[in-house]
Write a protein of this length. Structure first.
Ligand code: ADP
Ligand code: MG
Length: 476
């Protein structure tokens, strides 16, 4: 048996208006090379000026994960040569990052564990190379050069792809809740490198491979699972894993080598002489602390208290900002039955979102519509089964739920006489089962309910039907 060991490095683009060391805009999607100032272009003689907002955002993150905030922090030059890096070095942090020694609690399948956060440092992003523009030529867009990032480095504390994705989602939810990043994964504002190794439990850590730049939760999970299988095959056939950097190809669902350790860059880090050490005061920290918005863990407690949700459901709902917003918007449109609403969202709406690989914020059925369905269920107008059917249809055809209910005359039969007639017919048809039931085979109640449901195309009100059957069978 192999144990999987995973550590993540997450790059989060900060939502500042201007860059980390220049006043150029950070806006996404502008015309190429219109947002690169002489500083971003590394003209001789220019000097970087630190964006204070970016520092404050890094501090916010540190506070949100119980980390230590450095009173003195240093920027370093990370030297490497690449066409999209005009200076020939990236300004990053090495020895003294703004944030270090944090932690985050995650919950996976009912078990909670703490993931250590080694550090979170500030750095600038590089530009973008665009390949195969004309006949195999490449071009450079420097709009992104100098955009502020925090890189969040975890301890190698995760033991499965599920744990890694849960941790990643919670970090995503935190940075979005804090408002320090838009978290847009398609635009590259939130991307992750996954370090993976295998070992026999109790032994030292094995040699790891690093999968670079994965930009969707699903890809992270798939890439890790693929990598675990690959390493397992190597180890079981007596081989050794190469320490190397790999890339994940979502189309083929596999990872491929990018560069090996021998080819790894030697970055020759040294403190940037153009930048003073950053000094962070207690006062600055305490002011930021006072301004922190509600974070996922606090939200979870509030969901339990305010809506009476089960712990596990409150955990999942609060762990993603999009999901919690969907739930809260829906809950403001129902008068009670919050747990039923939570169940419905977590199993049905999330199920459909996953199936269609959509973010819940882009679900074609709005939270208001889902609230309507739950209200109808709680008023016993439709059954939960019917609610699911209507949801599916509404998702597919983008039709309002009221329209679907009306056009298909979906409604629940709660009429006692009607239900009694149906129930009597079924009991008469199955005298043997009735006898068995009376002799103590309680399980047959489910059979009778099922038969009536079948006769009524699932329209019978289950609560009323149960009462009626009990009465007929036991005289209760
Ligand atoms: P590097 O200097 O090569 O970036 P770090 O020590 O900074 O290496 O670690 C990078 C990431 O790799 C961290 O998230 C860390 O938790 C993780 N990591 C380190 N060793 C292992 C290992 N043996 N297996 C899995 N992940 C690891
Ligand atoms: Mg590293």
């Amino acid at each position: 048996m192999w144990e999987t060991v995973i550590g993540l490095e997450i790059h989060v683009q900060l939502a500042t208006d201007s860059k980390l060391f220049s006043s150029s805009s950070t806006n996404f999607g502008s015309e190429q090379n219109t947002q690169a100032s002489i500083i971003d272009l590394a003209m001789p003689g220019v000097l970087p000026v630190l964006n204070k907002k970016a520092v404050n955002m890094a501090i916010m993150f540190g506070l949100a994960v119980d980390a230590k905030i450095a009173d003195k922090s240093i920027f370093a030059r990370k030297n490497y040569f690449y066409p999209d890096l005009p200076k020939g070095y990236q300004i990053s942090q090495y020895e003294l990052p703004v944030v270090y020694d944090g932690k985050l609690e995650i919950n996976v399948e009912g078990k909670s564990k703490t993931v250590g956060i080694t550090r979170a440092h500030l750095e600038e992003d590089a530009g973008k190379s665009i390949h195969d523009l004309f006949d195999g030529e490449s071009a450079i867009d420097l709009n992104r050069a100098g955009t502020p990032l925090i890189e969040i480095v975890s301890e190698p504390d995760m033991r499965s792809a599920k744990e890694a994705v849960t941790y990643l989602k919670k970090i995503h939810s935190i940075v979005k809740s804090l408002g320090i990043s838009d978290g847009n994964m398609e635009e590259g504002s939130f991307r992750c490198d996954a370090n993976i190794s295998l070992r026999k439990p109790g032994e030292d850590f094995g040699i790891r491979a690093e999968i670079k730049n994965i930009n969707s939760f699903r890809f992270v999970e798939n890439a890790i699972n693929y990598e675990v299988g690959r390493q397992q095959d190597i180890l079981e056939s007596g081989g050794a894993v190469n320490q190397e950097t790999r890339l994940y190809d979502p189309k083929k669902d596999e990872t491929r080598p990018m560069r090996s350790k021998e080819e790894a860059n030697d970055y020759r880090y040294f403190p940037d002489p153009d930048l003073l050490p950053v000094e962070i005061t207690e006062k600055q920290i305490s002011e930021i602390k006072k301004s922190l918005p509600e974070l996922p863990d606090a939200k979870k407690e509030r969901f339990i208290e305010e809506y009476g949700l089960k712990n596990a459901d409150a955990e999942i709902l609060s762990s993603s900002l999009d999901l919690s917003e969907y739930f809260e918007k829906a809950s403001s449109n129902v008068s009670s039955k919050f747990q039923l609403l939570a169940n419905f969202i977590l199993s049905e709406v999330v199920g459909l979102s996953n199936k269609h690989n959509l973010d819940i914020s882009k679900a074609p059925v709005s939270s208001e519509e889902v609230a309507k369905l739950i209200t109808y269920v709680s008023d016993e107008k439709i059954s939960i089964k019917q609610a699911k059917e209507v949801l599916n249809e509404s998702w597919q055809n983008k039709t309002d739920v009221d329209e679907i209910i009306k056009s298909k005359s979906i409604e629940q039969i709660s009429n006692i006489d009607l239900l009694s007639d149906e129930a009597k017919k079924i009991l008469e048809k199955h005298p043997k089962e009735v006898q068995d039931y009376k002799n103590g085979k309680d399980k047959l109640m489910g059979f009778f309910v099922g038969q009536v449901m079948k006769e009524t195309q699932g329209k019978a009100n289950p609560k009323a039907l149960n009462q009626i059957l009990n009465k007929l069978l036991k005289g209760e």
